[in-house]
Design a protein around this ligand. Structure first.
Ligand SMILES: Nc1ncnc2c1ncn2[C@@H]1O[C@H](COP(=O)(O)OP(=O)(O)O)[C@@H](O)[C@H]1O
Ligand SMILES: [Mg+2]
Length: 375
């Protein structure tokens, strides 16, 4: 004789699945039931991988079968622990439709290479197969349109679901919107906080970005009201801080990190990139001159317990590439391409960690003049 699977299933229905409030059968945890003479084999999966949890479910199953089917049945239980499905690069609910991760690139000090790092990281990500956009939010000196050789381009207007939207300009496979598209290069435009914030809002929500894995935001230097406008407008997944090894830049970088970590802003800092780590002349590539000091950003990262994402040397070709609008990361198999892909990979692994460990970032809403709170 052998047992009926129906009876066994009924017995298993009396067990509550761990942490679910449903029966073991209803929750889909029972994967297979095999019967042979006096033997019953039950395969189940649970999400808790501890030995204790496995033992507990095994005991419950044996008990239920003995109680409801046959006291003498020879029950074997195979318990497999499976992690609940998480897709680390996709936080649960992207708040900007279609955009999975928003990374802000910030620096305390200007001129440390924030835009250069942003441009090259975008290219690295694109080469890895991700869909990438850059929002150039540097109100003081937008430069992403120059670095991607699209200075004279203008975003077109497209009709999406009956609404007119701004179409980002595409270069080297990267979608770009820059304040530089809307200002005259020869005119000093003074963006006031509210105006800048409105323009940025439009570039995020009234633009047709389509599906993006990453939107990189090139922030203006400093820790001012533009930064607040951005964290008010969009849920920033994480921030990358750029600094040179120079003390004055490091002090400002530290302020930048502190701004993101403020309790009422609370944007996770993914780490620090050191730019201009040492100077290397093209004709003597083995020679390294630590003109701004050595390991400054590495030490700072350690100091404030954030990760060091990598370093970029000061070399003439990076400046030239920026000027002609052809980022160095577009090169194949060069030390500079590798430097940027290392930084990008390190940033990705921090991001994966962040998306696993922390809930999606809330948009920050300013409620009083002196502070802000999350809504
Ligand atoms: N690692 C580097 N080597 C050489 N030149 C660099 C490097 N990083 C940045 N630059 C140059 O320094 C200038 C300032 O860099 P940029 O990225 O515009 O800084 P930021 O956006 O922080 O103001 C640019 O002309 C850029 O090409
Ligand atoms: Mg810049």
């Amino acid at each position: 004789m052998t047992y009926s699977k129906k009876d066994i299933t009924k017995a298993l229905e009396t067990i509550t699945a761990p942490g679910e409030g449903k029966s073991l059968v209803e929750s889909g945890a029972v994967k297979n039931i095999v019967t042979f003479e006096k033997e019953i084999i039950v395969d189940v999966t649970i999400s808790n991988p501890t030995l204790q949890a496995k033992k507990k479910i095994e005991v419950e199953i044996i008990k239920a079968i003995h109680e409801h089917v046959d006291q003498k049945a020879d029950v074997k239980v195979n318990v497999t622990a499976v992690a609940p499905p998480v897709s680390p690069l996709k936080p649960e609910k992207p708040k900007v439709p279609g955009i999975q991760n928003i990374i802000a690139i910030a620096s305390g000090k200007g001129g440390v290479g924030k835009s250069t790092i942003t441009a090259n990281m975008a290219v690295s990500l694109q080469k890895m197969g991700f869909k990438v956009g850059i929002l150039d939010a540097d109100v003081y000196g937008p430069s992403i349109h120059l670095m991607f050789d699209v200075a004279t381009a203008r975003p077109l207007s497209v009709e999406i679901d009956g609404r007119s939207k701004m179409q980002p300009v595409e270069s080297y496979g990267v979608k770009i919107l820059s304040l530089g598209f809307f200002t005259d290069a020869n005119q000093a435009v003074i963006w006031r906080g509210a105006m800048a914030s409105k323009a940025l809002n439009q570039m995020i929500f009234d633009a047709h970005w389509g599906e993006l894995d990453f939107l990189l935001i090139d922030l203006p230097p400093g820790t001012g009201d533009i930064h607040l406008s951005i964290v008010q407008a969009v849920p920033v997944t994480g921030a990358v801080i750029v600094s040179t090894p120079q003390n004055i830049a490091l002090a400002d970088a530290k302020k930048g990190v502190a701004m993101f970590q403020q309790e009422n802003i609370n944007v996770p800092v993914l780490g620090i990139v050191e730019n201009m780590s040492y100077f290397t002349p093209a004709e003597l590539p083995e020679n390294k001159y630590y003109i701004f000091g050595k390991d400054g950003a590495k030490n700072l990262a350690e100091d404030i317990e954030t990760s060091f994402l990598g370093e970029v040397p000061l070399v003439q070709s990076i400046r030239e590439a920026g000027d002609v609008g052809h980022p160095v990361a577009l090169q194949e198999n060069t030390p500079l391409e590798n430097a940027f892909s290392t930084i990008t990979k390190n940033t990705l692994s921090q991001l994966v960690k962040r998306n696993k460990d922390l809930p999606p970032t809330e948009i920050v809403r300013i409620t009083t003049m002196s502070g802000c709170s999350t809504n």
